[in-house]
Design a protein. Structure first.
Ligand code: SF4
Length: 290
């Protein structure tokens, strides 16, 4: 079977960087290696990292590093107070915060210092947003959508930023509403284009294939969104977590199949799926059987 793998399938560059930092630390540094919370929401990645000597330290664990211990901060970042607490607890802290998230943190800190109220458009439960709140002294206001902007003060200068993975429509709608609501509103579009790029690429790939396979966790929001977008293109879409879920019979008549993956899916899972699909019998042979 002819297989086309999307160029940007899988890890975004920020996640890739954090994983590389962790694996390098396990190879090169002595002592115990931890990540502050699970590095990524993908069980097979966590398992593989464990096997390489990278363990998960639960967030907010009141643990003191006994002896040499290295701790890696995740790509989504943490409030500055957490970093200091971990250094004080004796950890050798490696900052795996994605450079794009660092830019947002700096923007928030700068505006806060200038006396502006920070409005973060995003999910208040998300680690990145909790981290950003720490950069404005915990005084920022998180809004998920237009119906929550009543909480934004009308008579204070406000700066609006976005959680990096926020969609364009929500950010545009909230920004517009805040501008109408406040006398002094500065809008800073801090969205990252990694997710949008993968989605655009998946849509383009659908036009070239008979079927598409989306690789990633069933509880991964961005993977589910990819699958939904592909179904909307009218292409037969299979969402799998691993190669073992693929059945020859489901690909009867498929000459060319595309593969893409969510941003928490590692290269090795994508490669296994590609290998499994390439090994399937050609479309014509299967057509004859059925
Ligand atoms: S989605 Fe963008 S901002 Fe978030 S970790 Fe990936 S590259 Fe960084």
């Amino acid at each position: 079977m002819n297989v086309i793998v999307a160029k940007n399938a899988g890890f975004c560059w920020g996640v890739k960087r954090a994983v590389t930092l962790s694996r390098d630390a396990a190879r090169k540094k002595g002592g115990r290696i931890y990540t502050y919370g699970p590095l990524i929401h993908n069980r097979s990645v966590i398992k593989r990292l464990e096997a390489e000597g990278v363990h998960v330290l639960p967030e907010h664990a009141d643990a003191h590093a006994a002896g040499a211990a290295t701790l890696i901060i995740r790509a989504h970042g943490v409030p500055p107070g957490d970093t200091q607490r971990l250094v004080d607890a004796g950890y050798d802290v490696i900052d795996g915060t994605c450079p794009h998230v660092v830019k947002i943190q700096k923007e928030v800190a700068r505006a806060h210092k200038a006396g502006r109220t920070i409005v973060i458009v995003g999910d208040s439960d998300h680690a990145e947003v909790r981290g950003l709140l720490g950069f404005c002294g915990g005084k920022g206001i998180v809004v998920a959508g237009v119906d929550e902007i009543a909480a934004v003060p009308r008579d204070e200068p406000v700066t609006v930023v976005a959680q990096s993975t926020l969609d364009e429509e929500t950010f545009a709608a909230v920004s517009h509403a805040v501008k109408n609501h406040c006398a002094d509103a500065a809008i800073v579009d801090t969205r990252c284009n990694a997710t949008a790029k993968t989605q655009r690429e998946a849509i383009a790939l659908c036009a070239q294939v008979d079927a598409i396979v989306i690789v990633g966790g069933r509880d991964s929001a961005n993977t589910n969104r990819l699958a939904q977008l592909c179904r909307e293109q009218g292409v037969r879409t299979f969402h799998v977590e691993e190669a073992g879920e693929l059945r020859d019979s489901e690909f009867a008549g498929v000459a060319t199949v595309g593969i893409t993956a969510g941003s928490s899916t590692p290269d090795w899972l994508i490669a296994e799926v590609a290998e499994r699909l390439r090994a399937m019998p050609p479309a014509r042979a299967l057509n004859t059987e059925h």
